[in-house]
Design a binder for this molecule. Structure first.
Ligand code: PMP
Length: 415
């Protein structure tokens, strides 16, 4: 039985106004949800309503508008803490996005804890956002970034991981690992990997950019020190993000960016800092978007995270089955389970060329290296064509993609 009836999927689709538009005269087939998801009416309306009636700076004014805006902004923190099953609301730091969250950890925890020759373990198919901040901080601390190799099916090589944990490349201080690969959709066994790391006193960061939008993520069950993700990939407005950190871990960290709101007392003889999480939230936050973030979490929970995951699994299975009938097409990322992503290459056809042809047919897919150049290098390709799904994606849209790929094959590949 399908996770949703066809009527339920149509009802879901009708909540996303953008799905009603055309592209190059064709109905939009939006298969780029892993890059940015779309916003339902309830999120768009929550933002508009905030701007119409409550728009004022937070934490600062005693006036009514400021207090109402603060309630909305801080309400999104409460909602996020509940969504992630955090122990305390103070464990939620509101950021501009996943990238900023990782840079925050690198510049606070990393600066305080990494020493010369220490190793930060990442996966070989990590997003650049979870590689480069560790390299930058490594330039200052002398620590290095070491990749956990992946097997041909894009799963992580667990034997190699164990050897690395045991110090094969140097003393490991941090495991910074994606939960789900944005390039291939692979769901990694992070619970077990975190357990192995923690047993050796190694700190852990999970990049949840592609997992938190697709299935229930419980930070207490994960038992990671940090979890990071972005709002715009989970039907919330852009410019929103989260750094979850265990309270005692966050509390031991000094600040990163300085400015308003993150201080206790400022004087020219010295400054003291605010408590967690405000210590990490310098300057005016994106309070308008916070209203939308809360509405997005309400939407996701109303639809149901379990159903969203089940629907992902159905769509991935259908897309694998249909795409593998196309001559010259190779799927990268055959290891299951996966979350809402199918990545493939066409023999002799550059992904960019394919993407441009598909766009002419109204199909929005991502082509290129997906900010994971080492992953592309591992598989010897310049990039892939990536279709990524949401709960509103239909089998008919996947059929349109497959038909489009067949046409690309004929025009560009002569097949
Ligand atoms: N990590 C992963 C796995 C991602 O997919 C992305 C976005 N593609 C990021 C990090 C960075 O997210 P953002 O650009 O929203 O900061």
């Amino acid at each position: 039985m399908s996770a949703f009836t066809p009527e339920e999927i149509q009802a879901l689709r009708s909540r996303f106004p953008i799905l009603g538009r055309t592209v190059h005269g064709k109905p939009l087939v939006y298969l780029d949800n892993a890059a940015t998801s779309q916003m339902p009416n309830s999120v768009i309306e929550a933002v508009r309503e905030f701007d119409r009636t409550k728009h004022a700076n937070v934490h600062r004014g005693v006036h009514q508008l400021s207090q109402e805006a603060t309630d909305v902004h801080e309400g999104s923190r409460d909602r996020l803490a509940k969504f992630l099953n955090a122990r305390r609301r103070e464990e939620i730091v509101l950021t501009r996005g996943c990238t900023e969250s990782i840079n925050l950890v690198a510049n606070t925890w990393g600066r305080q804890n990494l020493r010369s020759k220490d190793v930060v373990l990442v996966s070989q198919i990590e997003h650049h956002a979870n590689i480069v901040p560790w390299q930058l901080i490594g330039n200052q601390t002398g620590s290095t970034v070491v990749p956990i190799p992946v097997l041909d099916d894009t799963s992580l090589d667990q034997d190699a991981f164990l050897k690395l944990l045991e110090g094969a490349a140097g003393p490991v201080k941090l495991l910074a690992i994606q939960h789900v690969s944005n390039a291939f959709g692979t769901i990694h066994p992070v619970v077990e990997m975190i357990r192995l790391a923690r047993a050796r006193g190694i700190a852990t960061l999970v990049d949840g950019a592609q997992s938190v939008p697709h299935f229930a993520v419980d930070v207490q069950a994960l038992d990671c020190d940090f979890l990071v993700f972005s709002g715009h990939k989970m039907h919330a407005p852009t410019g929103t993000g989260v750094l979850y950190g265990k309270f005692e871990v966050l509390d031991a960290l000094g600040p990163w960016q300085g400015g308003g709101d993150m201080i206790d007392k400022v004087s020219f003889s010295g400054t003291t800092f605010h408590e967690v999480p405000y210590r990490f939230e310098a300057g005016t936050p994106n309070f308008t978007a916070a209203a939308g973030f809360t509405a997005a979490l309400d939407f996701l929970e109303e639809v149901g995270m379990e159903k969203i995951h089940d629907r992902d699994t159905e769509l991935v299975a259908y897309a694998h089955q249909e795409l593998s009938t196309v001559p010259g097409l190779k799927i990268l990322g055959t290891h299951l389970p996966k979350a809402g992503v199918v990545s493939f290459v066409l023999d002799g056809i550059h992904p960019y060329d394919a993407g441009m042809f598909l766009d002419q047919m109204g199909i929005a897919v991502r082509t290129g290296h997906h900010c994971a150049q080492p992953a592309m290098e591992r598989f010897g390709v310049p990039g892939t064509i990536r279709a990524s799904f949401a709960m509103f994606t239909t089998e008919t849209e996947i059929d349109t993609l497959v038909e489009g790929v067949r046409r690309v094959n004929k025009i560009l590949g002569g097949r």
